[in-house]
Design a protein around this ligand. Structure first.
Ligand code: ADP
Length: 467
């Protein structure tokens, strides 16, 4: 059964039970109060008869006049079942108003039927002297009470029906509106499955601020993320195919040339070597990513002097830049961390080579190292093109490359794997990477690493969280 039906029936069922309970309480309370009021009136009448009792008994006529409204009936019986007297508004008396109460020793109130008519009877034993007791029975018809009870039941049933129907209608409508986003979600998921179109989104109702709105937001975000991932994978696959095809064409061309010339040509061999290097790097990066993703990349922890490591990186960056950039090393404090030296160097070198790749010749690149609380901070800043704000949150994702970087990938050799690998390595050292950037002004990457606690920790390898 659809959720909408289930919930509607549940609400309606619950409401019906509450209404039924309430109706029983109202009916019970009403009947109890009305019967009590009848009993009080009977009590009052009995007292009145008792006040006139000697006169009533001494009356020679069995039809006795007591100053009572006509609706009251009364009889006085002896213990041995002899009728002593009765009210004049009664026809021929053949039996007591409440025969079963004639033997009672205490006052009782009962509801009885006399010739199919409901009556409330009060029976009260009255001691004339020590041996002689008579029973006074006073009665009032309960017809009016029963009619009002019937009317009350009718009113309760009609209002309950109206309430239940109304609640069913409102629940059905409201639930339809509440569950609409879920319906849309399943429709869109279905469309995506059938068409592979991840660009679809569920329209958001800005006026609502409930769980379904939250769910729609999460669902849309997940779709956006999936779309980005899907696109980046597709783009990556296209890039990898392109990147693989170009060196393979170059290699094949050079081999063909040498075969035609029937001699080894140094230039062709160098060209083959460069292309093989590129291929090796791509395959290496891919392998690293796969290992990182599955948590199988081994890290060998040791004590690392970060200041010395930064100097090595500085030297290598100068070589990479070929003197085109003004690379400077700023304030350096001695700092020791526990980590995998080669992997940490790989991270810093990746940040340094990115700074070189994405900055025009002649600009400055700064490297610095400082200590803050229990952290070692390594800064790599450039005065390059910067990263647009909307791209910043993606740069640590696998295969992500800024549009301009894509067109330059052959000359720069990047595949969009450098930063995700760096992210994973630093996170597995208990640190983090932060980035600040302004388009046209430059970019600063800051690596935070925990200062060494002397003992070499055996941190567990964690699989990469970012995708
Ligand atoms: P790539 O191989 O493309 O360099 P990375 O993962 O190292 O891959 O970097 C991802 C993207 O982040 C780059 O394509 C580039 O758009 C951007 N980026 C990284 N570092 C810088 C920087 N210093 N200046 C400008 N953009 C940068």
């Amino acid at each position: 059964m659809p959720l909408r039906n289930q919930l509607t029936w549940l609400y309606t069922g619950l409401l019906s039970s509450v209404i039924l309970l309430l109706a029983i309480v109202i009916y019970g309370t009403y009947s109890f109060m009305m019967t009590r009021s009848l009993d009080r009136r009977l009590q009052w009448a009995a007292q009145r008869i008792l006040d006139e009792f000697p006169a009533v008994l001494s009356s020679s006529d069995t039809d006795t006049t007591v100053n009572l409204p006509n609706s009251y009936h009364f009889q006085i019986w002896s213990r041995d079942g002899q009728l002593i007297t009765y009210s004049e508004n009664m026809d021929e008396v053949s039996e007591a108003l409440d025969p079963s109460a004639l033997l009672e020793t205490k006052q009782v109130n009962r509801s009885v039927k006399i010739e199919y008519e409901p009556y409330r009877i009060l029976s009260s034993p009255i001691a004339l002297n020590e041996q002689n007791t008579v029973i006074l029975q006073v009665g009032l018809t309960m017809q009016t009470l029963q009619e009002s009870q019937r009317f009350l039941v009718l009113a309760l049933v009609i209002s309950a029906l109206i309430l239940v129907l109304l609640s069913w209608y409102i629940s059905w409508n409201r639930l339809g509106k509440f569950l609409e986003p879920l319906k849309q979600m399943s429709e869109i998921a279905d469309t995506i499955t059938n068409t592979n179109d991840l660009s679809r989104r569920i329209p958001l109702n800005s006026k609502r601020n409930d769980e379904t709105t939250h769910l729609v937001l999460i669902f849309n975000n997940t779709l956006a993320r999936l779309e980005r991932l899907f696109n980046s994978q597709r783009r990556f696959l296209a890039d990898v195919t392109h990147e693989l095809r170009t060196p393979l064409t170059v290699i094949k061309g050079n081999v063909g040339l040498m075969r035609m010339m029937k001699k080894y040509d140094d230039e062709s061999l160098t060209s083959i070597e460069i292309e093989v290097d590129r291929l090796t790097r791509l395959v290496g990066d891919l392998l690293l990513m796969t290992q990182a993703e599955t948590g199988k990349l081994p890290l060998f922890f040791e004590i690392v002097e970060v200041d010395g490591l930064l100097f090595d990186v500085f030297e290598q960056m100068k070589v990479l830049s070929k003197g085109q950039h003004d690379i400077r090393i700023g304030s350096i404090e001695p700092a020791i961390v526990t980590g995998d030296r080669d992997r940490l160097k790989q991270v810093l070198l990746n940040l340094g080579s990115n700074a070189i790749k994405y900055s025009p010749a002649g600009t400055k690149i700064f490297l610095s190292l400082s200590l803050k609380d229990k952290w070692v901070l390594v800064n790599v800043s450039d005065e390059g093109r910067g990263i647009p704000k909307e791209e910043l949150k993606f740069i640590f994702e696998r295969f992500y490359r800024g549009d301009k970087s894509r067109s330059r990938s052959r000359e720069s050799g990047g595949y969009g794997l450098g930063l995700p690998i760096a992210y994973w390595i630093i996170h597995n050292h208990g640190g983090r990477i932060e980035v600040e950037s302004e388009v046209g002004k430059g970019t600063t990457f800051t690596v935070w690493l925990p200062i060494s606690q002397t003992d070499v920790p055996t941190r567990p390898l964690r699989p990469m969280k970012k995708e």
